[in-house]
Design a protein around this ligand. Structure first.
Ligand code: 5AD
Ligand code: SF4
Length: 468
């Protein structure tokens, strides 16, 4: 699922983060603990869950031992993500042993597949809730309070949670995720998302603009529009049809001081109209996450990606022509079923063609129920997958470094996000092209303001400079 947000949510340090909010409405005396794994959409969903439960008076806590309700919002995308969630559930089961009134629940992508295992066989949880059933949570918690186990994993063709105003969890008050669509109709053969998140549906464009306007009025200065495949966004009412290019423009017009990012783009669907819209508005960031998965056309066909190597290169050329200097990142899978050494070399040569600024790189892991699991043998030995991954990672490291070096001596417009992780004497923030920039604090400027930073040097992943 093409939905990882570079250095924000995919950041390993955020995986499994306990999310804390301030209560809204009346307090019911019960405490909620919620931990999220996986993609940006999952983190965004946790904010919807928190909003639904805050309405019912739940306050949040950062310590699951003190919580009355403990939720884990799960990811199924790769096997190791599932393993981490399982281990965590065992820890929660330990806490429940000491506090038997505690309600433990699994939300999100693992819900459908593992519901009977978690509820009945392993008895690890009391409640299992799929990504389209969060409105039902208060009822389900009541059922558990009445001594039953509760489950709702129904997927919906309509649910977009359009009317729910997400409670911003652990927010810095500057960047926010805004979900614009749910589900995916693409059926890439390696991917569980169409099964765990259901059919694609787009959210009312005006509810998106209203949410972004409200965020801006509350001081937020950057929104990231989220969808599994944002380029297939399509919404209409009686009088108009809104596609993704139109939506980008509507959000850009909220205010020129509001930065607009988006993820994820799909190579088969990204149009020149979208690229021209990005080029036309200064506040739409010049950064596109465009997962390639493989550089070889035969493997792409087996993956059911519905584009080939030439098509992808053509899209890269269009980006370079229409938005000169645009940063591009990608996702790559090594060792997909039957991938030969020559085909792997084509992934490496594609990387040379694009010179990605950033990449998320994975070994193929077979997921139960996917088309690939049904049709193809997972026949590339682990050590081969791993060696190919190593080669891809080494190349990307070299490319990322070269890309960072290209910024040295240039001035970047940076949105200050806060103090740097390492020191309160430094601010950090991201450039339009999504590079992390660290620079000494200047008291005249505060987080949420834009500054021009002269880039003087870089580490392996960060630009260093000073405000000018
Ligand atoms: N094995 C390995 N990587 C996968 N991804 C999705 N499914 C799998 C899988 N079964 C990767 C893809 C996707 C990213 C979010 O995760 O590269 O774009
Ligand atoms: Fe992304 Fe394809 Fe999965 Fe859809 S099916 S979420 S496009 S990888």
């Amino acid at each position: 699922m093409d939905l990882l947000i570079p250095d924000k949510v995919h950041d390993e340090s955020r995986q499994g983060e306990a999310l804390v909010l301030n209560p809204i409405g009346k307090n019911n005396g019960r405490k909620l603990y919620i931990e999220s794994y996986g993609c940006a959409m999952n983190f965004s969903d946790s904010e919807i869950v928190a909003s639904i439960l805050a309405e019912k008076g739940f306050e949040t806590t950062q310590d699951f031992n003190n919580a009355d309700v403990v939720f884990i919002n799960t990811c199924s995308i790769r096997e190791n993500a599932e393993q981490r969630v399982r281990n965590r559930l065992k820890e929660f089961a330990g806490a429940k042993f000491k506090n038997p009134g505690m309600v433990v629940g699994v939300l999100g992508c693992m819900a459908e597949r593992l519901k009977s295992k978690f509820l009945e066989e392993e008895k690890l949880v009391d409640v299992v809730v799929g990504p389209d059933a969060y409105r039902d949570l208060p009822n389900l918690i009541d059922q558990v309070d009445d001594g039953q186990r509760a489950v709702n994993v129904l997927l919906s063709r309509e649910e977009t949670y359009a009317d729910i105003s997400p409670v911003r969890l652990n927010s810095n008050g500057i960047n926010a995720f805004v979900s614009i669509m749910r589900g995916c109709d693409n059926m890439c053969s390696f991917c569980v998302v169409p099964f765990t998140r259901g059919r694609e549906r787009s959210r009312d464009a005006y509810s998106i603009v209203a949410e972004c306007t409200d965020l801006f009025n509350r001081g937020y200065r950057e929104v990231t529009l989220l969808g599994q495949n944002v380029d297939s966004y399509k919404w209409s009412n009686d009088t108009e049809q809104v596609n993704f290019a139109n939506l980008l423009e509507m959000v850009a017009l909220v205010n020129p001081e509001l930065r607009v990012r988006f993820s994820t783009s799909h190579p088969k669907d990204i149009t020149d109209e979208v690229l021209h819209t990005i080029a036309r508005y200064d506040n739409i960031c010049n950064y596109i996450h465009l997962p390639i998965q493989s550089g070889n056309s035969r493997v792409l066909e087996l993956m059911n990606r519905t584009y080939d190597r030439e098509w992808y290169m053509n899209r890269i050329d269009a980006i370079r022509n229409i938005i000169p200097g645009c940063a591009i990142s990608t996702d790559i899978i090594t060792g997909f079923c039957t991938e030969t050494e020559e085909e792997h070399q084509e992934t490496l040569s594609m990387m040379d063609y694009v010179h990605y600024d950033f990449a998320y790189m994975f070994m193929y892991s077979e997921r139960p129920g996917t088309l690939a699991a049904k049709r193809y043998a997972d026949d590339i030995p682990d050590e081969v997958k791993r060696r190919r991954l190593k080669e891809v990672v080494a190349k990307q490291q070299a490319h990322s470094y070269i890309r960072l070096q290209q910024h040295i001596g240039k001035t970047e417009k940076v949105l200050i996000e806060g103090f740097s992780k390492k020191s309160d004497n430094d601010y950090c923030g991201r450039s339009d092209k999504n590079a992390m920039v660290v620079f000494p604090v200047d008291e005249r400027f505060k987080p949420g303001q834009y500054v021009n930073v002269l880039v003087e040097r870089s580490t392996t992943a960060t630009l260093l400079g000073r405000i000018i």
